[in-house]
Design a protein around this ligand. Structure first.
Ligand SMILES: [Fe+2]
Length: 304
């Protein structure tokens, strides 16, 4: 019996150290120089039964399937609008989106956008209630995952209030800030990181088009500075943003802040001259610990 006990103890110790080493590799592993992969960031899909939107989304998905990225990450506003709709309509849009995405041949992840809010105009609704429908379909509004030595951090940038109960604004709350700092503490300063959030931290296009910013178009200044400094203290390579339906790539202190256009262009509608939005998505190619990106026009043009 004693020798059996010793063998059993040895197996337990071996398993324990194997597990410890595996965990350390997941937490601190930086990419092998030979590692290369691609992923797609598709933001502002705004799916709806009207305006031929489903045809457009399927065309985008067909293009993505031919590119064969490792995975797809959405940037928020998956659905046209749940915020001021009935429960039935809002739920049907979520269902339309998730069913259409089943045509994708690779795994996909989601970011929470303002149009995913349910019950924005219900003044007695709490933040939890407003995000309840999203959590029913996607479980979490913020989370992290690893892919081939890169860490992906998906944030929930939608808060409610701003002087009026029925308004949203862009902010990363203190609960997420603390959580994100613990993620960075775990992965260290070497591992390359890509962040996704719906409301941009930095934008130039919005400044030009609107001659200024609102708390609904970009993250509030103090919070944005806190995020930028945190990213600069770690190896964040890119911040992928949505919301503004414009394509811009801002390089600031070595980090790219990319507002990645919109799959729906101008909400599946023709826009006025000068306000046209090219329907597309962002293709990101990773090579070792570097990346390049390009905006892909998947060929959809809205009817005039
Ligand atoms: Fe949008």
């Amino acid at each position: 019996m004693k020798s059996y006990n010793r063998i059993f103890l040895l197996i337990i110790i071996t398993l324990f150290y194997t597990f410890q080493v595996a965990c350390a590799q997941i937490q601190q592993k930086t990419p092998d120089k030979k590692d290369s992969f691609s992923f797609v960031f598709m933001t502002d899909v705004h799916i709806q039964p009207e305006r031929h939107a489903v045809e457009g989304v399927l065309q985008a998905i067909d293009t993505i399937n031919k590119i064969e990225p490792d995975f797809v990450l959405t940037g928020g506003d998956n659905v046209m609008d749940a915020s001021s709709q009935s429960l039935g309509r809002a739920d049907s849009l979520y269902s339309l989106f998730t069913n259409t995405m089943k045509v994708l041949k690779m795994p996909w992840y989601s970011t929470f956008g303002n149009h995913e809010t349910f019950g924005l105009h219900k003044k007695d609704f709490t933040s939890e209630q407003r995000k309840g429908m999203y959590k029913k379909y996607f479980e979490k509004t913020y989370y992290t995952f690893e892919h081939k030595g890169w860490q992906f951090i998906v944030l929930d940038a939608i808060m409610y209030g701003d002087g009026r109960e029925d308004r949203y604004y862009g902010q990363i709350d203190s609960v997420q800030m603390d959580w994100m700092k613990s993620v960075f503490d775990t992965i260290g300063t070497e591992k390359p990181v890509i962040v996704s959030l719906h409301i941009p931290i930095l934008s130039v296009g919005d400044q030009i088009e609107k001659n200024g910013f609102t708390p609904r178009s970009v993250i509030r200044r103090g919070n944005a500075m806190e995020l930028i400094r945190l990213f600069e203290a770690h190896n964040v390579k890119a911040v992928l943003q949505g919301h503004l339906h414009m394509y811009e790539d801002i390089s600031f202190n070595g980090i790219h802040y990319i507002t990645a256009g919109a799959v729906c262009g101008g909400w599946w509608e023709a826009r006025l001259p000068g306000k046209e939005r090219e329907e597309g998505f962002l293709l990101v190619n990773i090579n070792g610990d570097e990346f390049t990106s390009e905006y892909i026009d998947y060929g959809w043009d809205v009817e005039e």
